[in-house]
Design a protein around this ligand. Structure first.
Ligand SMILES: Cc1cc2nc3c(=O)[nH]c(=O)nc-3n(C[C@H](O)[C@H](O)[C@H](O)COP(=O)(O)OP(=O)(O)OC[C@H]3O[C@@H](n4cnc5c(N)ncnc54)[C@H](O)[C@@H]3O)c2cc1C
Length: 493
């Protein structure tokens, strides 16, 4: 049975968690992430040598996982997600299933014993993160309480007492009151920060919300901040719990990168540099997401196939294998292959053909959008029928290849929404592929390449169809699920 597919938009902690949980439950998962690095806000932001080639976008790749060049940062800079309160459950559970150096990334969390708050121009504040277990921790706790009672923390004792009362109010409130009442009130207002001292505002209003969840005191709901605060206090005073845990290395090294690799092993296709630029709806349901790749957005309509990840692999293969300047795209559809290749190769020009006039109009629109109209000719043509050049360096094609018998089993969103002519040529699905292999050499220069996408079960058949007198089979590249999908053949000279 075909796997159901889920597309996850955004590859931060939420997106990666969803991807892992879904992959473990048997879904095929694709993640589209804007940046060239996984992890979103949680990722490390290392400091690189000033003036080095490590542009922020490139620097991101230092931690981007397999196949990415590793740049050594000067300092393992961090942005967010360093502390994991003792009451966290779900993220820890997910981390406990990510292998790392013979253990799991959850084993990279270490309990904290005390919290240290640095302050501008003032002595730092220390307080225990767990019920004191050593003489030093007992002293820390005593000093903290004395600091609160003597206004050494710049908060008058009566205001500290007021704050404690407010916390007691939350602690003794039922869930319904928290939801109905506290959800509607900002933390700043709830703790009555506006009428109190600057020290009170700094410490109990702004300081808490910023350090706990990087939130603004005025906007953060009392329910959220109150629940977090109460849970942290309860963890700190209940042995052997601790209020907080920390990662024992840079976040990307000990969490995000192992996670990214684990997702790849689970078959998750995580696309970096992929910006979701819009969603398309039909009958109130999301029909497609519009993704910009290589910094370029392609408009897609029902007349053309939505560009899929395999197509992106085809473009990558074409850019790697051939540096040819004259390109033919057979069955161009939205034009995304030809247009991307011309955008990547400023000296290239091409011919793009399709049997569908409507598809060619979309392709021409996309060529114009990306400024390559001058370098590409669009022609109505059934395969090579109307092509009159025999000097291409490269032929690319994402031909219709679904067999008639496989059509009913396609995912509904593909079968019911994609144009049939672009999906299937009927019968065994190989008729266009046969024509490309038979006629391709006539239109290619000696040593020119043909690169085409094939169906998930067509690898062996295509190898048999590849006449060694005409072609050298360079490779059949696997897709992100290790299925042979991108055929690269070279014309025998
Ligand atoms: C300074 C700071 C410190 C923090 N410290 C902690 C902490 O110690 N402990 C803790 O538990 N939490 C902490 N947090 C909160 C925590 O980091 C976030 O809750 C968490 O990382 C959010 O993950 P997310 O996946 O929901 O969002 P994000 O990390 O924002 O991920 C969203 C992703 O979507 C991508 N994206 C956006 N637009 C598009 C688009 N159009 N197309 C494709 N992709 C797109 C983004 O590039 C990003 O990777 C902190 C937050 C900050 C800001």
């Amino acid at each position: 049975m075909r796997q159901k597919k889920v597309i996850v938009l955004g590859g931060g902690v939420a997106g990666m968690s969803a991807a892992q949980e879904l992959a473990e439950r048997g879904f095929a998962v694709e993640v589209y992430e804007l940046r060239p690095i996984p992890g979103g806000k949680a990722r490390s932001l290392p400091a690189f040598e000033p003036g080095s080639a490590a542009h922020p976008a490139v620097a991101g790749r230092a931690f981007a996982g397999p196949g990415r060049r590793l740049l050594r940062p000067l300092l393992p800079g961090e942005h967010g997600f360093r502390f994991f309160p003792g009451f966290y459950r779900h993220i820890i559970d997910t981390m406990a299933r990510i292998p790392h150096r013979g253990r799991t990334v959850a084993d990279n969390l270490v309990d904290t014993t005390q919290v240290h708050i640095a302050r501008f121009g003032k002595r730092p504040v220390y307080y225990p993160a767990r019920f004191p277990q050593t003489p030093t921790e007992v002293m820390t706790a005593i000093h903290f309480v004395i600091g609160l009672l003597t206004a050494e923390l710049d908060v008058p004792a009566h205001e500290t007492a007021y704050f404690v009362e407010k916390m007691f109010q939350i602690l003794t409130s039922c869930d319904q009151r928290r939801l109905d009442e506290y959800e509607q009130v900002g933390w700043y207002e709830f703790v009555d920060a506006g009428t109190r001292s600057a020290g009170y505002r700094d410490f109990f209003a702004n300081g808490f919300t910023r350090s706990l969840v990087a939130a603004k005191a005025q906007r953060a709901s009392t329910r959220t901040i109150g629940n977090i605060f109460i849970q942290m206090v309860l963890s700190a005073i209940t042995p052997p719990k601790t209020a907080d845990r920390l990662l024992n290395g840079p976040t990307s090294d000990v969490w995000i990168s192992p996670w990214f690799e684990h997702l790849a092993q689970q078959g998750v296709a995580y696309h970096q540099d992929a910006q979701v630029v819009g969603l398309e709806f039909k009958h109130g349901r999301i029909r497609a997401a519009r993704i910009a790749r290589y910094g370029r957005e392609f408009r897609v309509t029902p007349d053309v196939l939505i560009p899929r990840p395999e197509t992106e692999l085809l473009v990558e293969a074409a850019l790697e294998v051939s540096n040819g300047e004259f390109i033919c795209d057979v069955g161009t559809g939205s034009g995304c292959i030809a247009v991307t290749l011309l955008c990547q190769r400023m000296d290239a020009r091409g011919v793009a053909v399709d049997v569908s006039d409507a598809a060619l109009r979309v392709a021409a629109e996309n060529a114009s959008r990306h400024g390559v109209s001058e370098r590409i000719d669009f022609q109505i043509s059934d395969c090579f029928a109307a092509v009159n050049s025999a000097a291409f360096d490269l032929i690319v094609s994402n031909p219709p290849y679904v067999s008639a018998s496989a059509l009913p089993g396609l995912q509904r969103e593909v079968r019911d929404h994609e144009p049939l002519v672009a999906l299937s040529p009927g019968s065994d699905g190989l008729s266009v592929i046969r024509r490309l292999l038979q006629d391709g050499p006539t239109y290619l220069k000696p040593n020119g390449h043909l690169i085409m996408e094939i169906g998930f079960d067509q690898g062996e058949r295509v190898q048999e169809l590849t006449n060694p007198e005409l072609w050298r089979l360079v490779e059949i590249r696997p897709d992100l699920q290790s299925i042979p999908r991108i055929v690269v053949v070279q014309r025998v000279s």
